[in-house]
Design a protein around this ligand. Structure first.
Ligand SMILES: Cc1ncc(COP(=O)(O)O)c(C=O)c1O
Length: 436
């Protein structure tokens, strides 16, 4: 395990005061803080190397190109992939849209079904809604139980719509139910699911679901939204069972403006481009063009060169901590937070959401303070220097299915401590007093 106090020293922002208090940053699920080494890598680039990549034979351009190639190799090694399978994007949303536009439009037909889950962030929901609306395919959604776990078997679902209910709205055919009921007819052509819920922390049983799906639809293509997964645990695409994964650099200590799409080489090589322009072409005539090989085919225009270099430095930082240690640290934090928060729940002060078994959840803690609007609760916490998010967390259908308009969410990462959780709990106790 790593020394969390040493880790904290690497993050300059953690020395900030907020409203006179030490900053307690509990919103890494939205974006993480950046260590000195990431900031320095970007600063060094702008001071010493800045030039466009793939554009010149002069020294600076050659060096810039080399730094981006190096970052691509680091990201590839980090997830067990080949460098040419790593596409740099702006964020996970763009990565998921790329799959939808470039793969989805050529492969999903009216008679097919696209399967997702109710846990999805809007970025892994809305693109598939739009694809299904365009193609006439059916959108199928695996429902969640009261704890926020995906419902696998057909069963009576408490607080949930009936099984496999089909409804049509705005030209979109939607079916909601258990995994078993949604895959039975073998029509699922694409399964796109989150690796870890950004709201409830739920970690779905990916391996079990993939086995069940492949039994019914052997050729189904699998996408994992790994935005809350790659930053927090060891991911190896060689054993994951996915054909594509999407994640954001900015949630894994890297800079904003960076995201990653990984896809199997055999699939990416057959896909058409998503964006057209410079750097993604083979040959251009006045009447048309051919496309570059992967990954360039999917990286039109000047990328966020400094950001990509910063992302490479973030990968170095995480590798140095060890991803198994990162996961262990977060498990300890979420276990401790659940223990402490459960006491408040027993006292009738808060309502907690999400699975209670820490093996089945990541470092996200969603809750509400009874009788207090989540935005008000978050504002009171902010007045004590605690940064938490409140709202629907870009997962409106999920949050609303718990019968509430919004939730407060604290998310933990490598620099968070049990002491900060104690502080959070003590300040949550004060919230009702503010509104008494
Ligand atoms: C599970 C999940 N998917 C997708 C996204 C979208 O990431 P980005 O904002 O980097 O596109 C997020 C961001 O919160 C997320 O948590």
């Amino acid at each position: 395990m790593f020394d969390v106090e040493k880790v904290r020293n690497d993050f300059p922002i953690l020395k900030r005061k907020i409203h006179g208090h030490d900053l307690v940053f509990l919103d890494s699920g939205a974006t993480s803080q950046k260590p000195e080494s990431v900031i320095k890598a970007m600063d060094d680039f702008y001071r010493n190397t800045n030039a466009n990549i793939h554009r010149g034979v002069y020294e600076l351009s050659v060096e810039s190109t080399g730094l981006v190639d190096e970052a691509r190799e680091k990201v590839a090694n980090f997830i067990g992939a080949r460098p040419e399978e790593i596409i740099f994007t702006r964020n996970a949303s763009e990565s998921l849209n790329l799959i939808m536009y470039s793969w989805g439009r050529d492969n999903i037909k009216k008679e097919d079904a696209v399967l997702i889950s109710k846990l999805e962030h809007h970025s892994n929901l809305v693109p598939w809604q739009e694809l299904c609306r365009e193609t006439g395919a059916e959108l199928r959604i695996i429902d969640v139980d009261g704890e926020g776990k995906l419902i696998v078997k057909n069963q009576k679902i408490k607080n949930s719509k009936t099984q496999s209910e089909v409804f049509i709205e705005n030209g979109l055919r939607v079916r909601l139910g258990s995994l078993e009921s949604l895959i039975a007819d073998g029509k699922v052509k694409l399964f796109s699911v989150t690796g870890v819920s950004n709201v409830l922390g739920t970690i779905p049983d990916l391996a079990g679901m993939l086995t069940a799906i492949k039994r019914k639809a052997q050729n189904a293509t699998v996408v994992v939204d790994a935005s809350q997964m790659v930053p927090h645990m060891k991911v190896d695409v060689k054993t994951l069972g996915a054909d594509f994964i999407a994640f954001s650099g900015h949630k894994m200590l890297g800079p904003t403006g960076t995201g990653v799409l990984w896809g199997r080489k055999e699939i990416l090589s057959k896909m058409r481009p998503f964006l057209y322009g410079g750097d993604m072409i083979g040959e251009v005539k006045i009447t048309g063009a051919t496309w570059a090989d992967i990954p360039s085919r999917f990286e039109a225009g000047t990328p966020d060169i400094a950001g990509i270099i910063g992302l490479g430095a973030a990968v170095d930082y995480l590798e140095n901590l060890g991803m198994d240690n990162v996961r262990e640290h977060e498990k300890e934090l979420i276990k401790y937070a659940l223990e402490r928060m459960s006491k408040l729940e027993e006292e009738g002060l808060v309502k907690l959401y999400g699975p209670r078994d820490i093996e089945e959840r990541g470092g996200a803690l969603a809750f509400n303070v009874i009788g207090v609007h989540p935005h008000d609760a978050a504002q009171v916490l902010d007045s004590f220097g605690i940064a938490v998010r409140s709202g629907q967390h870009c997962a409106a259908p999920l949050v609303m299915s718990f019968g509430v308009p919004a939730m407060v969410r604290a998310t933990f990462y490598v620099y968070n401590t049990k002491k900060e959780i104690d502080y959070l709990v003590s300040k949550i106790r004060e919230i009702p007093k503010v509104f008494a």
